[in-house]
Design a protein around this ligand. Structure first.
Ligand code: ZN
Length: 148
């Protein structure tokens, strides 16, 4: 396992769309292990592969109740709204208020390619939306209603 460098600021790679994962191999496991270690070292609650320079649809989320590995994640349902402060490991020291669904349902593959289903509210719902945005090249900066 290794801590990878988090891409920060206005690097154009953060605007690029990530490609689906097709191979569930050792390289993917290595990437996931490194991303978990990198997220923990940075005290984050989510990290997308693009933030470590890998344009694949992979992210990790830890909303305080354990790490989730999300490969090829898709939000399949959302309900309600929440308006909370939201930052990003790629924009340290900055934060703003973003509008997100109150509840989301998501499906994603694990490192072995099996599909798993998740339902999330509060911080975890925000993290799911935030990380899925990264995979489409959208950063939280575009979601901020106002900076705080
Ligand atoms: Zn982020």
């Amino acid at each position: 396992m290794a801590i990878r460098k988090i891409i920060r600021g206005e690097d154009p790679i953060l605007r690029k769309k990530s490609r689906p994962v097709e191979k569930f191999d050792d390289r993917l496991s290595q990437l996931l292990d490194d991303m978990i270690q990198t997220m923990r070292a940075a005290n984050g609650c989510g990290l997308a592969a693009v933030q470590v320079g890998v344009l694949r649809r992979v992210c990790v989320v830890d909303a305080g109740d354990g790490v989730l590995e999300l490969v090829n994640p898709q939000i399949i349902a959302k309900e309600g709204t929440q308006r909370e402060q939201e930052g990003c490991l790629s924009f340290p020291g900055e934060s703003g208020v973003a509008l997100r669904p109150a509840m989301v349902k998501l499906r994603a593959q694990n490192r072995h390619g099996q599909w798993c289903f998740y339902k999330a509210e509060a911080l975890k719902a925000r993290a799911f939306c935030h990380e899925c945005d990264h995979l489409d090249g959208v950063t939280v900066k575009e979601r901020w209603l106002k900076k705080t």
